[in-house]
Design a protein around this ligand. Structure first.
Ligand code: SF4
Length: 340
């Protein structure tokens, strides 16, 4: 039985950030020169993460997505994948990765039981990739996507952040690339979350504009029926190609949001925009029983009223969520810590 929050939203979808580290430095997520990292002693080991997933599963979570930072920089991640995939209550286990290490790790992840893979790819231009991420790794990402496609995961998606003047000229090209490789492309509106200190409203390309651009290139676009609480609205081209748009900035979907986020050091956030997390590490390490942890998590979820993106939309003058100094004081406010 799912726990429900104050808006009747079930606790169903848990995003587990396994590390705050990343091997890219994307301008829209980690634009600064230096970052404060989570102390290593606080990072939960796989047994601790697995124990928490069991408690969440007791309360109705049946979907887990591994995130970061970049989850594949965490050593031996396939061991955690196996531990979670073996839980009968978890019917969907997915991973979001930047793809840099995917080619070498995809086979062992699949063998361990990983079901779905989402790769972030914002450009097909290696030079633009280097400017955006500050790493020369475009060919490795494409190799990772190709290997994931070859292995045949249950689903393969490509997430593209659309930024005006940077990646907005690549919508059709990315969609065609997805068609060729067998991956569903999802276009994501640029969000003003923690870490996005260079965000501005002018850089957001709204859903309607994305659809207009694609319709001019591919002809009529039809909406697909909604898929549960999934954040992407899906559309279909006349040739059958399906793609998604995640309009978190201009048309947020908080009313159906069943997602919460666990950081690598065991803080639990009820919303991407949430200012404070619930510390699950301290009670876990102090020996709290499964029932005690369950009571803590259930009670917290029952009080949840978060609608971060909808509240941001209501603001008249919108600017980055947090200044750099605030982010530096608490790395938990960063998107790369709580998993975007
Ligand atoms: S802003 Fe918060 S409540 Fe709204 S969809 Fe995102 S995580 Fe869910």
């Amino acid at each position: 039985m799912n726990a429900r929050d104050t808006l009747g939203r079930p606790l169903a979808n848990l995003r587990v950030s396994v590390t705050d580290r990343c091997n890219l430095r994307c301008q829209y997520c980690m634009p600064e020169r230096d970052y404060a990292w989570l102390p290593r002693r606080d990072i939960l080991d796989f047994e601790e993460l697995s124990a928490l997933v069991d408690v969440f599963a007791d309360l109705g979570v049946d979907k887990v997505r591994l995130t970061g930072g970049e989850p594949l920089v965490r050593r031996d991640l396939s061991r955690l994948v196996r531990m979670i995939a073996d839980k009968p209550a978890i019917r969907d286990l997915a991973l979001t990765t930047n793809g840099i290490l995917l080619a070498e790790k995809a086979a062992e992840l699949k063998e361990a039981g990983l079901g779905r893979v989402t790769v972030s790819l914002d450009t097909l231009d290696p030079n633009r990739f280097r400017e955006l991420t500050r790493i020369d790794g475009h060919a490795r990402v494409l190799a990772g996507i190709a290997e994931a496609a070859r292995l045949g995961f249950r689903a393969l998606k490509i997430d593209t952040v659309v930024i005006r003047g940077v990646t907005d000229g690549e919508l059709a090209g990315l969609l065609e690339y997805g068609q060729r490789i067998g991956a569903e492309v999802r276009f994501i509106e640029y969000m003003d979350v923690g870490g996005a200190t260079r965000w501005s409203p002018e850089k957001v390309v709204p859903r309607a504009e994305i659809l207009g651009t694609l319709a001019r290139r591919f002809g009529p676009i039809r909406p697909e029926p909604p898929e549960g609480s999934a954040p992407a609205e899906r559309f279909r081209l006349a040739d059958g190609t399906v793609f998604g748009i995640i309009a978190s900035t201009t048309a947020p979907f908080c009313r159906a949001c069943d997602r919460s986020r666990l950081t690598a050091d065991g803080l639990w956030y009820l919303c991407l925009y949430g200012a404070r997390g619930t510390d699950l590490r301290a009670p876990l390490r102090a020996g709290a029983s499964r029932e005690e942890l369950k009571a803590l998590i259930e009670g917290t979820w029952r009080g949840r009223a978060d609608r971060g993106a909808e509240e941001r939309l209501a603001l008249r003058d919108r600017s980055p969520l947090l200044p750099v100094n605030t982010l530096k004081r608490d790395p938990h406010l960063e998107m790369h810590t709580r998993g975007g």
